[in-house]
Ligand binder design. Structure first.
Ligand SMILES: Nc1nc2c(ncn2[C@@H]2O[C@H](COP(=O)(O)OP(=O)(O)OP(=O)(O)O)[C@@H](O)[C@H]2O)c(=O)[nH]1
Ligand SMILES: [Mg+2]
Length: 354
């Protein structure tokens, strides 16, 4: 927890500063009036002191300070010296804002990412500004919700569903993660496909299952799924592939909702493509949230878009945990656990090149 005292002329003025610097989640610990001594009282009014506190999410995120300095250094060095010297705080703020806009970060999100800059001194170092933005990005992205961290009351198996629109990369992501868990992490893992809409979909997962030597079951109904999971009780994880469902097809979504409702112990990953227009992503999210609300997000196809902003927009507007990022078609290599620092570096990477 970070605690800070603010002194000012009015409560409103101080509250505005607290909101700007600590964010809207800050809590007020104490408000008191400070009387000026008698000689000053002739010239100035009494002041107010407010003590505010905010949870230090950065501490939980474990941002390594040395690493942070290194990255901030790398980013600010890209802005050449001459550019740096001529930049006032306001100009720097505009530069970063415009850069975020170019990356298709939504305006409201960009403003939130710049929070805290206004309270820096006018002659502050460019490092300080970038440090603030970098931290804000890391904080917004949060910690990754990895499959490894899934806790279930019954020890085995941990049941993981992958759901999402058609063609976003659900099956490919499952193949990549299966390879990671079975080959690298040496976990016992089985696959189930509930995607029986297309014969090709079964073959696609079967091919991966054979290459990776993991058992696969094809199921055609929810009772079969329950039975299938039971039969895999010697496994640590069961990954379940589902058919892509258009968020506009109410019937398909209802079916999925009923299937998910049958499993109280589960983890659900909603797979979304970074190439989808942000407005469409939001409408997909609304539809999927109505059928199951407690999911984490996997973002695919980041290699196919030049605008990195989608990721931070998604997190900001959904407040769902992010988990993995998929950046190509190669199984098993093109997937990674999301990392706020890496993402911040990528988002700010070409700063000043516009
Ligand atoms: N460029 C790129 N292509 C990807 C990525 N992930 C998946 N793909 C490709 O996207 C296409 C669809 O992938 P699938 O894994 O079959 O998608 P799906 O969500 O299972 O599709 P349905 O089951 O039909 O809903 C394939 O050609 C994949 O190779 C990625 O991160 N980047
Ligand atoms: Mg599929």
């Amino acid at each position: 927890m970070r605690i800070k005292k603010y002194v000012g002329k009015s409560e409103q003025e101080i509250m505005a500063r607290i909101k700007e610097e600590l964010g809207s989640s800050a809590i007020i610990l104490n408000v008191k009036g400070i009387k000026s001594n008698w000689i000053f009282r002739l010239f100035q009014k009494d002041k107010i002191e407010i003590t505010a506190a905010v949870d230090r999410e950065t501490d939980q995120l474990n941002i390594d300070e040395k690493e942070l300095e290194l990255k901030v250094d790398q980013i600010s060095h890209q802005l050449n010296n001459e550019k740096q010297e001529n930049r006032t705080k306001e100009k720097m703020k505009d530069l970063i804002y415009n850069h975020l806009m170019n990356q298709e970060v939504e305006g409201e999100v960009a403003t939130a990412l710049l929070q805290g800059i206004d309270s820096l001194e006018d002659g502050c170092d460019i490092h300080d500004i970038i440090r603030i933005v970098y931290r804000n990005i890391c904080q917004t992205i949060g910690t990754a919700d990895k499959i490894d961290d899934v806790i279930s009351k019954e020890d085995k198996p941990k049941v993981i569903f992958f759901i999402g629109p058609t063609g976003v990369g659900k099956t490919t992501s499952i193949a990549k993660l299966t390879a990671d868990f079975s080959l690298r992490k040496q976990k016992k893992i089985a696959l189930i496909t509930a995607d029986t809409y297309r014969i090709a979909a079964i073959d696609q997962l079967r091919t991966y299952a054979e290459i990776l030597s993991v058992p696969l079951k094809v199921i055609y109904s929810t009772p079969e799924l329950i039975e299938g999971i039971k039969q895999f009780n010697d496994q640590e994880f069961v990954f379940i592939d589902t058919a892509g469902r258009s968020h506009k097809n109410h019937e398909q979504l209802e079916e999925l909702k009923e299937m998910l409702a049958m499993f109280p112990q589960k983890k659900v990953y909603l797979v979304l493509s970074a190439t989808t227009k942000f407005k469409d992503l939001m409408s997909i999210i609304t539809k999927y949230s109505a059928l199951y609300d407690n999911y984490a997000i996997i973002i695919t196809k980041t290699d196919e878009t030049t605008s990195a902003g989608t990721i931070v927009n998604l997190k900001y507007y959904t407040n769902k945990s992010l988990s993995y990022v998929s950046f190509g078609q190669n199984v098993p290599d093109d997937i990674a656990v999301i990392n706020g620092g890496e993402y911040a570096k990528m988002l700010l990477g070409s700063l000043g090149n516009e």
